[in-house]
Design a protein. Sequence first.
Length: 287
Amino acid sequence: MAINPDIRRQRPGLAPWVGDLSRFPWWILVVLLIGIAVTYAIIDNRFWGEAYDFVKLGIKITVKVSLISFTVALSLGLLAGLGGLSSNMIYRNFSMLYVQVIRGIPIIVQLYFVAFVIAPTVVSQINNLGDWMLASGILVNLGSGLANLHIRDVPMINRAIASLAIAYGAFEAEVFRAGIQSIERGQTEAARSLGMSHFQSMRYIILPQAIRVVMPPLGNDFISILKDSSLVSILAVRELTHMGQLHRARTFRSWEALGTVAVLYLMLTLTLAFLVKSMERRLAFEK
């Protein structure tokens, strides 16, 4: 009797129409049940509804801080990653110094340092430049504006964005460096044999391939920076976590305030996680 090779062996399950329940993503069902329960509570319960109406105002700031910080971090990371592979001794060592120092300091410490040390120092130097321009009679109007700049004129949200961008730039540098090193050296040699310069071979041959390699890790890092944006609440930036703290302080309803914050973060991160998974499957299929 011939056996049809196209017939796949069925995995045993509790019932033929159910299949293998061990492969079912039960965690998704749990998350959906939590989401349904919280949604019902927001609609049906006055305290949950008030918490949601107050806390949701911080979502826009959270997304804004995350997007801008990550965009700047990508630029810093690419420059530092290229520097770590550069043959220029000064560029390479400066890049490695940046990566090692920033990765060795907790992000919350960097937030305080940038907001209350670096920002005032930069403003002070700008004031000195403005005073010099006024004394020299060069661009008097611009010099007057620089001389009168005060640290209060630099919003905390800008300091927070700068802090997160510097912090994550060091992590992205290692991602880009690993992605570039994953490309076969022979492709660089082939590009150079065609008369391309180092910049041209990196721009047209290496980086386009490296970007495809590092896209999934970059997506995961964006999820991380979205969660770490909650740290900027220490600078009184009214993002999602800070709004939850404010609502808890004004109503003493900790369960509703912090529960709403947690569920909103979970919705944001799960949505991004599904997008990253879809991107990974698409890149794997295209290979």
